[in-house]
Design a protein around this ligand. Sequence first.
Ligand SMILES: Nc1ncnc2c1ncn2[C@@H]1O[C@H](COP(=O)(O)OP(=O)(O)O)[C@@H](O)[C@H]1O
Ligand SMILES: O=P(O)(O)OC[C@H](O)CO
Length: 498
Amino acid sequence: MSKNFILALDQGTTSSRAILFDHSGKNITTTQQDFKQLFPKPGWVEHNPKDIWDSQIQSALNINKQTNVEFKDIAGIGITNQRETTVVWDRETGDPIYNAIVWQDRRTAKYCDSLKQKGFLDKIKKKTGLIIDAYFSATKLKWILDNVDGARDKAKSNKLCFGTVDTWLIWKLTNGTVFVTDVSNASRTMLFNIKTLSWDDELLELFDIPKSILPDVKQSSEVYGFTDESIFNVKIPIAGIAGDQQAALFGQLCTEKGMVKNTYGTGCFLLMNTGEKPVYSNNNLLTTIAWTINGKTNYALEGSVFVGGAVVQWIRDGLNLIDDAAEIEELANKVEDNGGVYFVPALTGLGAPYWDSYARGTIVGITRGSNKSHLARAAIEGIAYQVYDIVKAMEADANAKGTELRVDGGATANNLLLQFQANIFQFPVIRPNFLETTALGAAYLAGLAVGFWDSVEDLKNQWSVDKVFEPNIEEVEVMSLINQWHKAVSRSKNWIEE
Ligand SMILES: Nc1ncnc2c1ncn2[C@@H]1O[C@H](COP(=O)(O)OP(=O)(O)O)[C@@H](O)[C@H]1O
Ligand SMILES: O=P(O)(O)OC[C@H](O)CO
């Protein structure tokens, strides 16, 4: 019997989602569970790996409560996940030995500084495509091995497993029988050589990490194993894995060299498909693996913004100015412009192109006339300005002007944000009809592996436009806004002292 659905599991920074797709790429149903964010110290961000698993499996199980679809009618599962977040667990018991250290966590910033001072920047960039930063998994994993009682001894005697979130979920889904990741996730660890497509022995030595604790690295689209029968009462092939930003690039069908997307979620992540060869940035962007399919690896250039939609969450939960993220647009629309207020949302430092772990959130230009609407507007604009800086870096690397940008992610519901983004880019921003492109990308990868879809060409007519945001201000006006923004950025940099 041929099966009718593909299930994507999208494990994000703030929530776990399960999304069911049919053959036409239509979203049949979505289930979602938020889970707890842990902030044990300033600059530290953790998740309980059990919360990650519980929320993810619960949303998957809720799929057949919300629809009549039976699990036996699912042809394959695609996994996509918040990247870099580091989980270490006991190989025997399956119990995590510490909380997951989340990608936003800055606790290893000082150690990263010491690596830079010792001159490792070039070597690490050549091997991994990455800039030395606390963002990536390597220093988080080293921190766990160095700081959790007994961890180093256990690691040496092959008693521990390390994984990014994809690896952790697949381990749990297969009852501890499959220990894998894919190239896109591996390329975010700072331990993976993106040219040889293997764990790099020299880097493992540098970070003092035994190879035995690392998962096998697979392609992004292949059958890795089957879910344990006890979970869905049927064995379902797990057939796709990609880090969420690479999955979104695939879901937006940016499958040709030169195509670009930006996702506005907790953070913002702009990726350009650079084809089958790695392109190295001269402007502080990352080189990363987009995916490997049928033995062919595609690379991407990436600009990562640490705080995007998260600034709206902070305005909601930290300041209580709104009850729901969507209300920010109405609040911001009560004023015509930012009234001179600029908000650099460096709440967990600045990512690309600044890479400043010591920057912190900064609000400048406040006068007696400023009000909460100006602040809301400045926050939304602060998201867009950060993406602007990345586009400029990418234009400089590509030696070409951007012409359009495909966007997705939760914050793209905000028309004010996308209109302002188009205004400062001076080129159109395109919002597709279907915004869960991360999940769609994971579904495509799984569906291609199990023959649910035949080829990428097959998928191309599934992408369609909801709205095109055309710029509606003049370039001279943009220049003066950008000038003020960069002044604000300079105020936020190198703020905290450890
Ligand atoms: N209308 C809106 N305007 C601005 N930001 C929004 C809006 N709706 C949601 N967001 C923000 O988008 C983010 C959620 O997007 P999502 O793609 O689900 O994120 P993630 O996958 O990172 O968990 C949250 O940070 C939220 O504050
Ligand atoms: O969970 P998201 O969508 O915020 O994505 C997080 C990124 O993968 C971090 O690199």
